[in-house]
Design a protein around this ligand. Structure first.
Ligand code: DX5
Ligand code: ZN
Length: 227
């Protein structure tokens, strides 16, 4: 995985057909997905439950791009090895998931994955400063984590702009997660984001037997950014 700051769309399989993950992933990659975003929720850190390492391992063989695993769980550390073994390329932990996020990020890199740091909408950037040499990606949540299909929180655009300035020349991705649409994508891309997670905006209108809307939806987001 070499670093590049070009615009990437990472469809979240939270909005895919749960009975058909393998085919859904292959379909959305064929339709232009740059990464595949996998939302892991524990019913404790967030008020929703999704899936764990065995599911990640099972879908890994269908992913030819980048497996971007977003851990909405607390604690994180006991599960890092299992998600690394499941084949995650990027493991993103929340800054709010515990008192020792520095140790968590070290453990993620130690397990051979790229390390991501996610921030809830209420979390400021102060605590990110001394973690920048520990991360390959910072994920700014533009909804409260837990569910797809929520409304984009506009106050986060300024946070993206500040983060972009803090990062400078470091090879760190800025990822946006939540409420990304052709309307909101240009706002965060202009502020400095390069990875846009999108669930409902990518999967709407399509299915494994009719995947063309996935491609139309991805192109609509990219076209809105690129003008
Ligand atoms: C929210 C998840 C997101 C979500 C995005 O907790 O982290 O990845 O699935 O879904 P949309 O794009 O529908 O807001
Ligand atoms: Zn996510």
């Amino acid at each position: 995985m070499s670093f590049d700051r070009s615009l990437k769309i990472a469809p979240s399989i939270l909005s895919a057909d749960f009975a058909n993950f393998g085919q859904e992933i292959e379909a959305v990659e064929a339709q232009g997905a740059d990464w595949i975003h996998v939302d892991v929720m524990d019913g404790h850190f967030v008020p929703n439950l999704t899936f764990g390492p065995p599911l990640c391992k099972a879908i890994r063989k269908h992913i030819n791009t980048v497996m971007d695993v977003h851990l909405m769980i607390a604690p994180v550390d006991p599960y890092i090895e299992a998600f690394a073994d499941a084949g995650a390329d990027i493991l993103t932990a929340h800054l709010e998931s515990g008192p020792h996020i520095h140790r968590t990020l070290q453990a993620i890199r130690g397990a051979g994955c790229k390390a991501g740091l996610a921030l809830n909408p209420a979390t400021g950037l102060d605590d990110v400063e001394y973690l920048l040499d520990m991360v390959d990606l910072v994920c700014i949540m533009t909804v409260n984590p837990g569910f797809g299909g929520q409304k984009f929180i506009h106050s986060q655009i300024e946070k993206v702009r500040k983060l972009r300035a803090m990062i400078g020349d470091r090879p760190i991705h800025i990822e946006i997660d939540g409420g990304v649409t052709p309307e909101t994508a240009p706002l965060v891309a202009e502020a400095g984001a390069d990875v846009l997670v999108a669930g409902s905006a990518v999967f709407k209108g399509g299915s494994v037997s009719n995947p063309a809307p996935y491609g139309d939806n991805i192109r609509a987001i990219k076209a809105a950014v690129q003008g």
